[in-house]
Design a protein around this ligand. Structure first.
Ligand code: UAG
Ligand code: ATP
Ligand code: API
Ligand code: MG
Length: 486
């Protein structure tokens, strides 16, 4: 049983109309999900204004409303709580409603453009292997100590997020490792959470449709560090030029990791091949199953976080050396005729460049690299030409195709991508709208030993066309094609 008065702690409200002495059955911010007796929080969104749904929410049973602007007619039984920022209040209200589960866990958040899922998933697997009960909140899936709960976002909304954390506490979890997206910070989804640690991976071009400028994208990531408590650690990548910016205004204790720069935790790549990475990590030589320089950074970040969480160095390195990465991140299979197919979630210019340069570093000789790539619809348009340019310059052949066109015309997305390709590389490029056909064509073009990269969809099991998610799985497509390639 929760009363409105119980969940107001930390909520900066300017006015209360009615009584805080009412029982609240749930905290809801979408009128379509209102249940009798709930508290409805009206949030001004990117598409519509939640304040327009207050009447509907009351009709459907909301007993109290949190809002920034009072509706014209409030002569009802309903209580109104006025705040300056409903989204921010929502985070705190949700955390309070679920009895602040983040205070009863060691919660570690990972932010950055690329590597969040990989780092969070590796930490989750590592700490379970070390014998702890853990939770995971990630793009691929959420997990409560082995129980999988499908994920809809990289970072869930504040209500779903606190509900998940509460179930982790109920099931006795010691740790939760979660991704913190820049959208989540800007939209206050993590408001009211108590973090024990934060990790920054890197910052490159993405999501400029939402954040408009690179600086405001960076500031969203930085705001996560700015809000950390003194008791937390703030771990940054010293090789990234924005790494130190993240730590500028944080109260948390500052730590760094790097392959090139001076840092608290350091590693050096000794071998980098399809079989894995041999790293000198904190003066120990260890083989890891993950591939590529970017994964050397991810592994080092995980190692450093484990050290900051006071784990045993030897045990951590042994366990980490056995782990595989996250689903759809540099996963590869080999056809009977020795063509190699890689499925990777690279969906930013930097990730595409990293994954292709890794392939160049680890291929044996003159094998050709054929890249199949598209860009998402209704998402950052400015990354399209850059991703196509990088793909064309780092591959022997590029097939431009669709990747979740959503409500956009897939042919137009492809045109936006083609515009970035230098004329010298145009003849290595073809465009095929249908992703299945594009993958089939790549397989037909490949000679024994060649490497096919399917970029952008990773673990995704769908192609979103006009809001309809049709089943589509890059790995499944590759397996279907590969079985007949003798
Ligand atoms: C652009 C964006 O991020 N939108 C997110 C945002 O929605 P919004 O505030 O813009 O919603 P809106 O449609 O304008 O509605 C405003 C308010 O009115 C309410 N409403 C709306 C309609 C109605 O009938 N009744 C009603 O009450 C809504 O519930 C909302 O509270 O807040 C919602 C709740 O948290 C999110 O579900 C929603 O994610 C959308 C679906 C989305 O696609 N987001 C992506 C871009 C995203 O968040 N991605 C990041 C990073 C991805 C990555 O790089 O990994 C992520 O964390 O997943
Ligand atoms: N540390 C890294 N630096 C640069 N690129 C990376 C790094 N780690 C992974 N990548 C590349 O980025 C892709 C996405 O990786 P991952 O899913 O771990 O990142 P993410 O930050 O969770 O992405 P998203 O924001 O979509 O959730 C990988 O498939 C790989 O190509
Ligand atoms: N999670 C990220 C990446 C999606 C990658 C790609 N498959 C797409 O649909 O654009 C996003 O929402 O921007
Ligand atoms: Mg992710």
């Amino acid at each position: 049983m929760r009363y409105l008065s119980d969940i107001l702690e930390g909520v900066a409200f300017t006015e209360l109309q009615g009584s805080a002495d009412v029982e609240i059955s749930a905290v809801v911010f979408d009128s379509r999900k209102v249940v009798p007796g709930c508290l409805f929080v009206a949030v001004k969104g990117t598409a519509v204004d939640g304040h327009d749904y207050i009447d509907q929410a009351i009709k459907d049973g909301a007993i109290a409303v949190v809002c920034e602007d009072l509706p014209a007619h409030t002569a009802t039984e309903t209580d109104f709580l006025m705040v300056q920022n409903s989204a921010k209040a929502l985070g705190t209200l949700a955390a309070n409603f679920y009895e602040n589960p983040s205070s009863n866990l060691k919660l570690v958040g990972v932010t950055g453009t690329n590597g969040k899922t990989t780092i969070a998933t590796l930490l989750y697997k590592l700490f379970r292997d070390l014998g702890y009960k853990c939770g995971l909140l990630s793009t691929v899936e959420n997990q409560v100590n082995g129980r999988i709960i499908p994920s809809t976002h990289t970072t869930p909304d504040p209500v779903a997020l606190n509900e998940l954390l509460a179930s982790m506490v109920d099931e006795g979890c010691d740790y939760c490792f979660m991704e913190v997206s820049s959208h989540a910070v800007s939209q206050y989804r993590i408001e009211g959470l108590k973090f024990s640690g934060a990790i920054f991976s890197n910052l490159t071009h993405d999501h400029l449709d939402y954040h408009k400028t690179f600086d405001s994208y960076r500031d969203a990531k930085k705001a996560f560090f700015d809000g950390l408590p003194k008791s937390a650690f703030a771990l940054t990548n010293a090789d990234d030029k924005n790494g130190s910016v993240m730590l500028q205004n944080t109260a948390a204790h500052r730590k760094s990791y790097a392959l090139k720069s001076m840092a608290d935790y350091r590693a050096r790549i000794i071998e980098n091949q399809f079989g894995g990475l041999l790293l000198n990590i904190d003066n120990e030589e260890v083989w890891f199953k993950l591939v590529g320089t970017f994964n050397a950074y991810n592994l080092l970040a995980v190692y450093a976080a484990a050290m900051l969480l006071e784990q045993d160095k030897g045990k951590v390195l042994v366990s980490l050396s056995k782990l595989t990465g996250a689903e759809g991140r540099f996963e590869y299979i080999v056809a009977p005729n020795k063509v190699i197919g890689i499925v990777d979630y690279a969906h930013t210019p930097d990730a595409v460049q990293n994954v292709l340069s890794t392939i160049h570093d680890i291929r044996k000789g003159k094998e050709k690299v054929i890249t199949v790539i598209g860009c998402g619809g209704d998402r950052d348009k400015t990354k399209r030409p850059v991703m196509a340019k990088v793909a064309s310059e780092w591959s022997d052949k590029v097939i431009i195709t669709s990747d979740n066109p959503r409500t956009e015309d897939p042919a137009q997305i492809i045109k936006d991508m083609e515009a970035g390709i230098d004329p010298a590389f145009k003849r290595h490029t073809v465009s095929i709208v249908d992703r299945r056909e594009a993958i089939k064509t790549a397989c037909m073009l490949a000679q024994p030993g060649d490497i096919i990269l399917l970029a952008g969809k990773g673990h995704e099991k769908y192609q979103d066309i006009n809001g309809v998610k049709n089943h589509f799985d890059d790995m499944e497509e590759l397996e279907n094609q590969f079985k007949d390639m003798n």
